[in-house]
Each structure stands twice: as structure tokens, then as C-alpha cells.
Design a protein around this ligand. Structure first.
Ligand SMILES: [Zn+2]
Length: 249
């Protein structure tokens, strides 16, 4: 029985192909093909099948060795790469081997296989289920890139932007802020209650009375509501920002 390597080699030599022709057409290195032919490696079935299909046509007849090109401008328009075919909704037929290869300095180790467009067939359309699976995978990848998990509520679809800004999701950040506001408000109410309980406390009330804020009303009131002082002040110039700031203490 002929070994696999010898069978490949005999098929190649019968058709007057150089090792380089077959290696290029099958998309493997010449060194690897040499190892296959000498039975030093056990090639993947797909490679042997591709090699066999490459050197015979659909009826098993020998195919001429592929023409080698080194410049895109030399390639006749009916010879196209898989990518070029795909752009037109085509792909090589199941047993359509490449009839030429294109090898340039950009891709010295991996030449492009060129197929005769007249033998190409329409690309299989993905089934709706395949398309849905693809979309789901894309969505998952997108979600991983753009969304994270809130450590407080466990929401897994929090925009990364919110996580970076708030350290949590938007609603949790809002809830926390509201809780803080309530706390501050409670403190303010508590402070006001204490102050107002002091019978000697007075209230200083200032208010601008016209739209331009030029006239200021100043009043001092006791807790009992008695007016101790009330006056309208019209500053000559504009009140500086510092002076306009509310007094504290
Ligand atoms: Zn949250």
C-alpha cells in the first residue's frame, strides 16, 4: 500500500507540478509539503484534501500548475482572491482549486490564491439562527467593552462612563446623594431649632429690592418678631463679589 506521502508526491509529479506550486496552492510552506511527502508529518486531513483537489479538477483530471504572479497589475481581471470574490457575494466552488497565486514582498510566506471567477458560486447565506448567534456574540463583546457591574445594586448593564464617574450606577449614585441631602437637611433643621430656641437670638435679614440688585434692604429682627433695625441701602458703585458674599458666623 502506498503511503500518504508517496501518494501526494506521485500525484504532484504526474501532473508536472513543482513542490512550490502545490505548497502555494494548498496554502502551506514548501518545507511542510516536503515533510508530508516524506511521511515525516501526519498532515491534517483538510490539507491533504485541499492538495488533492488543487491538482485535479472536478472530474479528477490533472490541472495545470498555477501561474505565479508577483504584481497585482499583472493579474487578469477574471482571476480573483477569496476576498475579492466575497465582495461580489461569491466564493470558490467546493472543488474549485486556485489557478494562480500572487506572492509579493508584503506577504512572502503566504501567497494569495487566485480563483477563476467564472467557476465561482454564490456565497451561502447565513441562516437566521446563525445570524442571530453571530449578533448575540457581537452584543456580548460590545456589552463587555461598554458596560460594567454596579457593586451596590448588582446591575450588570451600567455604562462604563457612569462607573468611572460615580463608582456605581447612576440610580445608586442619585440615591446616595439624596440620602446625604436628607442627612444635611436634618442637621440644618436641628441647628435652626437650637438657634431659634435662644430668646436673645436676632435675625439679620438682607434682601435686594430691585431687579438690578442696587438697593438692599437690611433688617434685624428679634425672635419675637420685633424689628430692631430696618434700612434701605443704595450702594454707589457695584457691590464687589467679596462684599456681596453672605456673612457667616
Ligand atoms: Zn447600582
Amino acid at each position: 500500500m502506498m503511503s500518504l506521502g508517496i501518494e501526494v508526491k506521485k500525484g504532484r509529479i504526474d501532473r508536472r507540478w513543482q513542490q512550490e506550486d502545490l505548497a502555494e496552492a494548498a496554502g502551506i510552506s514548501r518545507k511542510y509539503l516536503s515533510q508530508i511527502e516524506n511521511d515525516r508529518v501526519d498532515p491534517r486531513f483538510s490539507i491533504v484534501k485541499m492538495a488533492t483537489l488543487t491538482i485535479t479538477d472536478q472530474r479528477g483530471w490533472p490541472m495545470p500548475a498555477p501561474v505565479r504572479y508577483t504584481r497585482w497589475e499583472d493579474i487578469p481581471p477574471h482571476l480573483q482572491t477569496r476576498t475579492q470574490l466575497a465582495r461580489q457575494g461569491l466564493r470558490p466552488a467546493r472543488d474549485q482549486g486556485p489557478v494562480a497565486t500572487m506572492r509579493n514582498q508584503l506577504r512572502p510566506a503566504a501567497p494569495y490564491a487566485l480563483y477563476d471567477i467564472s467557476q465561482a458560486i454564490p456565497k451561502r447565506q447565513a441562516t437566521p439562527a446563525q445570524r442571530a448567534a453571530l449578533a448575540a456574540t457581537r452584543d456580548r463583546a460590545y456589552a463587555l467593552r461598554h458596560y460594567g457591574t454596579c457593586s451596590i445594586c448588582g446591575d450588570t448593564e451600567v455604562p462604563r462612563e457612569d462607573l468611572e464617574r460615580f463608582g456605581q450606577c447612576g440610580p445608586c449614585a442619585e440615591a446616595e446623594e439624596a440620602a446625604l441631602r436628607t442627612e444635611h437637611r436634618a442637621e440644618a433643621v436641628e441647628w435652626a431649632r437650637k438657634v431659634l430656641a435662644d430668646p436673645h437670638a436676632v435675625v439679620l435679614d438682607t434682601e435686594t429690592t430691585d431687579l438690578d440688585g442696587e438697593v438692599i434692604e437690611i433688617a434685624v429682627l428679634t425672635m419675637a418678631g420685633q424689628t430692631l433695625y430696618e434700612s434701605l441701602v443704595q450702594p454707589k458703585g457695584a457691590i464687589s463679589a467679596g462684599a456681596a458674599a453672605p456673612c457667616t458666623g
